[in-house]
Write a protein that binds this ligand. Structure first.
Ligand code: F6P
Length: 326
């Protein structure tokens, strides 16, 4: 990496919903920056902490033994004040007060939009995508997705045991906000009979009741239905199934279980690589960037362009899930 002429001190914050692997990102950014003689200020409680000046210096030791732990030791918040013009200006002022030459933001799409707003106010930023939802359009992967998937898969496997003993239908509602990535991947990995995601409109009778009845006619005696929270309420789906098929149905909302726990190998490894890439961009005098994973490669792209990029679950992926569910 070429030595940066301008970046002497950076700030780092985690914002929005926490995700396993965020601590690994903070560690990687901190240690890589220190390695190149850059001071690192940890901003607590996300953007909320930035505008309140909730800042303390991080050293190599303060990030020790953190990357195996879920959550974020810098803590996080969903700040309503920050998204106002006044909040943004106060945040920008705080970057000057603490002498931050650049800011590294870690979080999902909301955090990335916040980073974009600060970039427009001339605060140099690098964003690192981290959310269990994997719904940031410009990157194939967001830190935390794999850990959440593994947690959910583990829960669904357990639910299948009891659904099978009782010959029931187990409806599992997973997180993901408006996106169905978690549901689709959990559903495929656990062999769900039905996967409901917001990206794919469904007909309750044809796509739920019809499928369960034909699965029953093919000899199945218990059923797994994975529902993305953005598609339907698990409890309502379970009631509809029980009423219209006569099969007992139970709903489980996995909720915040999916956000906690020790990060998987993939999240620890990519958190490290994303963190290194963020500092690399700064060292090479690239600012207002977002770190992304594209076709297996960790790189960085223009932040504002990244904010315009969308991605979609393809009909093809849903077709594959359907083939496997017969
Ligand atoms: O974005 C991550 C996420 O866990 C979503 O899947 C979920 O809809 C949302 O955050 C819940 O947010 P909160 O922590 O504010 O309840």
């Amino acid at each position: 990496m070429a030595q940066s002429q301008t970046i002497k001190t950076i700030g780092i914050l985690t914002s929005g919903g926490d995700a396993p692997g965020m601590n690994g990102v903070i560690r990687a950014v901190t240690r890589t920056a220190i390695n190149y003689g850059i001071r690192v200020m940890g901003i607590r409680r996300g953007f909320h902490g930035l505008w309140r000046g909730d800042v303390a210096e991080l050293d190599a030791r303060s990030v020790s033994d953190k990357s195996r732990v879920g959550g974020t030791f810098l803590m996080t918040a969903r700040s309503k004040t920050f998204i106002t013009q006044e909040g943004l200006q106060q945040a920008q002022k705080m970057t000057q007060v603490f002498g931050l030459d650049a800011l590294v933001t870690v979080g999902g799409d909301g955090t990335m939009r916040g980073a974009g707003d600060l970039a427009k106010l001339q605060v140099p930023v690098i964003h690192i995508p981290a959310t269990i939802d994997n719904d940031v359009g410009c990157t194939d992967y967001t830190i935390g997705f794999d850990s959440a998937l593994n947690t959910a898969i583990n829960c669904v496997d357990k639910l299948r045991d009891t659904a099978s003993s009782h010959e029931r239908c187990s409806v599992i509602e997973v997180m993901g906000r408006e996106a169905g990535y978690l549901a689709l991947h959990v559903g495929i990995a656990t062999g769900a009979e039905i996967i409901l995601i917001p990206e794919q409109p469904f007909d309750r009778d044809k796509d739920i009741i019809g499928k369960i009845l034909s699965a029953r006619n093919r000899g199945k005696q218990h059923y797994i239905v994975v529902v993305a929270e953005g598609a339907a309420r698990g409890e309502e789906v379970a009631q509809y199934i029980e009423k219209n098929t006569g099969t007992e149905a139970r709903a489980t909302v996995l909720g915040y279980l999916q956000r906690g726990g020790s990060p998987t190998y993939q999240d620890r490894y990519l958190a490290s690589m994303f963190g290194i890439q963020a500092v690399k961009a700064l060292m090479e005098n690239r600012v207002n960037r977002v770190v992304v994973l594209k076709q297996g490669e960790v790189t960085d792209i223009d932040l504002l362009e990244g904010l315009e990029t969308t991605k979609k679950i393809t009909a093809e992926s849903m077709k594959k899930a359907n083939i496997l569910s017969i």
